[in-house]
Design a protein around this ligand. Structure first.
Ligand code: NAP
Length: 439
């Protein structure tokens, strides 16, 4: 066990472990949390109140989360000293305790770190950014039928133009690369251009798509859509699509059918096919048949620009989405806007087993300490975390209660300003209301 300098390991509680490729969760798991900067402490307090109440109500004392504070951002600087925005022991603690919850963090100016979130993703190899996007009745939305959107986006987190391989225009490196490509490969990059590199690997693409398909199997989802811009960027985005189909067919042949196969066999993507082998789904952890009994998960692909239209015009045709980094970034926020915005959008960054669950918005510094903002994003990230632990009953309780609370129009300022007849409450009051409505 790692010895920590500033992190106080609780006396009670046990570690979550990974045994034989399976997450093993004790009844009293120690879960590290990062409170976050700006509005972080407000939404963290509200979230803790709701999560603890749901576990208590669902398991009547038989299960309990034992929280362990770890530090990043401004609080880490206070605790560890100047420029210590992301202490090593914070990263070690997440690795060791496997599952953690995190509030938003200020992006430090100077100090050698581009973004704490990116640093955490890289250090822990959290290669999949997972964002479920679905509608909670009553939430103000700009579209007519927000309830038709219910997707889970798997965004690749480590590659693509986000890999951070960039060279400023007119620097030696940029000039050398331009010369190398223009001369060696007879291309015509304009001189004095800035250069960014877009690496997309077979390994990175396959592990992301694999994760998305496993999720679809375990959660009875109907389809996995590979979203790419391969018509233009053939050897990066196009390759992502090819490798996605390859891993789907190689590792999940008994569970999936491609959209093309479906058209060939049943002349329509209704999810039922003569190829189905009963029992095939039992092979994976907790796997159950997806959709109708006897049906397979449909693996299809869409070009990124048209996917934005599809989510607006035919949202119910999409379910799990797997996509490279940049597409995923744009798509996640656009989809979240469709169901009411970032205030209610949960997220997580996961590796093979490590899971860091986090609010998707930032620190909103102008509201810091005002007990004002919507804690929904962090609470729903906590719901994702509970599902990840297999604590479905507690997760359901929160989701049902949030639905009830929003329907009753007792909401924070961000939702209240868009709803007729709403009662505006503080962050902590919204959390209390969720606890009160919990059955
Ligand atoms: P932001 O903190 O997300 O805030 C932008 C606006 O979004 C707020 O002014 C507020 O809108 C609304 N908002 C955000 N969270 C809300 C909540 N919980 N409830 C209700 N409304 C909410 O974005 P930013 O101002 O661009 O970034 C501030 C800092 O956060 C920066 O240092 C940035 O780098 C960092 N950041 C961190 C993360 C992360 O840790 N994951 C993510 C993004 C940004 P109104 O003004 O309309 O009320």
């Amino acid at each position: 066990m790692a010895k920590f300098k500033k992190i106080k390991v609780p006396k009670e509680g046990q570690k979550i472990t990974v045994v034989k490729n399976k997450l093993t969760v004790p009844d009293d798991p120690i879960i590290p949390f990062i409170e976050g900067d700006g509005i972080g402490p407000d939404i963290w307090r509200a979230t803790k109140m709701v999560l603890d109440a749901s576990v208590d109500k669902a398991y009547k004392g038989k299960k309990k989360i034992v929280w362990m504070e770890i530090f990043a951002g401004e609080k880490a600087v206070k605790v560890y000293g100047k420029n210590k925005w992301l202490p090593n022991e914070t990263v070690d603690a997440i690795r060791e305790y496997v599952v953690a919850l995190k509030g938003p963090l200020t992006t430090p100016i100077g100090g050698g770190i581009r973004s704490l979130n990116v640093a955490l993703r890289q250090k822990l190899d959290l290669f999949a950014c997972v964002r479920p996007v679905k509608y909670y009745a009553g939430t103000p939305s700009p579209v007519k039928r927000p309830q038709d959107l219910d997707i889970v986006i798997f965004r690749e987190n480590t590659e693509d133009v986000y890999a951070g391989i960039e060279f400023k225009a007119r620097t030696k490196a940029a000039n050398e690369i331009i010369e190398f490509i223009n001369k060696g490969y007879k291309k015509n990059i304009r001189e004095k251009s800035g250069i960014g590199i877009k690496p997309i690997s077979k390994f990175g693409s396959m592990r992301l798509v694999k994760k998305a398909i496993e999720y679809a199997i375990e959660n009875n989802r109907k389809s996995v859509t590979l979203v790419h811009k391969g018509n233009i960027m053939k050897f990066t985005e196009g390759a992502f699509k090819e490798w996605g189909y390859e891993v789907a067919l190689k590792e999940f042949r008994d569970y999936i059918i491609t959209e093309d196969e479906l058209w060939d066999q049943v002349k329509g993507p209704d999810g039922v096919t003569p190829m189905t082998k009963p029992g095939a789904f039992k092979k994976l952890r907790g796997g159950k048949p997806a959709g109708n009994p006897g049906s397979r998960i449909v693996v299809k692909d869409r070009i990124a620009d048209q996917m934005f239209q599809q989510l607006l015009l035919r949202p119910s045709e999409y379910d799990v989405v797997a996509t490279p980094n940049l597409n995923g970034d744009y798509l996640s926020d656009a989809a979240a806007a469709q169901v009411g915005g970032l205030g209610m959008a949960p997220g997580s960054n996961i590796s093979y087993f490590t899971g860091l669950f986090e609010a998707t918005h930032g620190t909103a510094p102008k509201y810091a300490g005002m007990d004002k903002v919507n804690p929904g994003s962090l609470i729903l990230s906590g719901v994702m975390m509970l599902r990840y632990l297999g604590w479905k009953e507690a997760a359901d309780k929160i989701e049902n209660s949030i639905k009830k609370t929003i329907r009753s129009k007792v909401v924070t300022y961000d939702l209240a300003r868009q709803m007729k007849g709403a009662k505006k409450v503080k962050c902590s009051q919204f959390a209390k209301e969720i606890v009160k409505n919990m059955k």
